[in-house]
Design a binder for this molecule. Structure first.
Ligand code: 5GP
Ligand code: ZN
Length: 113
């Protein structure tokens, strides 16, 4: 499968790994939009949020638990941080392997652009 995030997870493509367990892989975004910009991806290839199945509920909860942990480790938990998942073209999704953005280390704006 020609998926850039699957290649990063398998080691075929280089990524700056931050965390890995049996379900999740986290790495630095190549084009960071904040001082902290981490991508958390399920190792399982799921293209978009809309492709989630009932059986993926635990996996997605786990993804958020790891996001909490990494936010604390990076020192942005108390200051505040943002997590988001883009879904389909109008959201700005460009990589079709579901990923949770963890952004922090600067003031965030609302509404987002
Ligand atoms: P999306 O727009 O799909 O929500 O987010 C895709 C993210 O993946 C973007 O923030 C982009 O900078 C990042 N990205 C795209 N290609 C690569 C890559 O090869 N390596 C890394 N580390 N990040 C990537
Ligand atoms: Zn993939």
């Amino acid at each position: 499968m020609d998926c850039i995030f699957c290649k990063i997870i398998s080691g075929e493509k280089k990524g700056r790994k931050i965390y890995e367990d049996e379900l999740v892989y986290a790495f630095e975004d190549i084009n960071p939009q904040a001082p902290v910009h981490i991508l958390l991806v399920p190792k399982k290839h799921i293209p978009t949020l809309l492709d989630l199945k009932e059986k993926d509920k635990e996996l997605m909860g786990h993804l958020y638990m790891i996001a909490n942990r990494l936010a604390k480790e990076r020192g942005v938990a108390d200051r505040g941080f943002r997590t988001l998942i883009n879904c389909n073209p109008e959201s700005g999704q460009t990589v079709y392997h579901i990923h949770l953005h963890l952004l922090g280390g600067r003031m965030m704006h609302w509404p987002p652009g």
